[in-house]
Design a protein around this ligand. Sequence first.
Ligand code: AMP
Length: 293
Amino acid sequence: MSGIRLFAQRVPNVPLVGLFETAFYQWIPEAATRYGVPNAWHQAGVRRWGYHGASHKFIAERSAELLGREDVAERARRLYQDHGATPVREPALRVISCHLGGSSSITGIRNGVAVGNSLGLSPQSGLPHNNRVGDLDAMAVPFLLRSQGLSLEEIEKQLCREGGLKGVSGVSNDIRDIQTAADQGNPRARLALDFFVHETRRWIGAYLAQLNGTDALVFTAGIGENRAETRAAICAELDQLGVVLDPERNTATRAQEAIISPPGAKVTVMVIPTNEELVVAREVKRFLEHPPA
Ligand code: AMP
């Protein structure tokens, strides 16, 4: 909000356009938006919103292009102006997009349209993040309030700054430092890496079920693009579900577009560097050229 205010002051004649990270999830099934809370809470906004929308939208577009489904890529590119209505042909293209970085989320995508995202009400949910908590039983908060004498402000601060990979490892919020510590025999660092892989697989499983399998599994963002060992651990023993890595292709791939599954594999496993800026720039251009009436 400060950034927006400062831009408005410094460059008052330049239009400011907001593209919300939640926009990509406006067509997810209603059941995927719900928490088991009273309806009044849901109406007040306590629901799954989903974030990282610009990144996962880019993956929806680019993965379809790379898989030769220009019809699906076109739907993904035109999603916001056409409200998901651009026609595509059968069979459906199913993609699971893993944005693994300082902040991590997983999205299931059918024919260019998201069916859900692991981030919920806030971007503190879903997978563990570098120093943010990820999924947590809501009753942990009243438990800590009553039994540990922590204030709500202190709990909130620790959930948002002292959680995730940093909290579990006790080493760092950067997975590279955690890997170094694990290699030196630090058991908490090892656990943090295992925990990250476990949670990532749990969410991949959720979208494998929701999509009835997948045609592609895509890795993106700082960890997903750069860390072959994390990709290998996530994809281990998923062959019954069609997910197999080519170890040489996987190890050779760093921050570039590549297919890292063997030729003919049931699921195409890919690395695609994300490009959130491109999605934002395109949508801003479209908005300014065709402002709503
Ligand atoms: P992001 O939020 O997408 O910028 O990702 C940031 C995280 O990705 C960092 O905390 C690192 O753990 C990891 N990361 C970024 N670059 C690299 C790299 N070159 N090699 C390994 N891990 C990396």
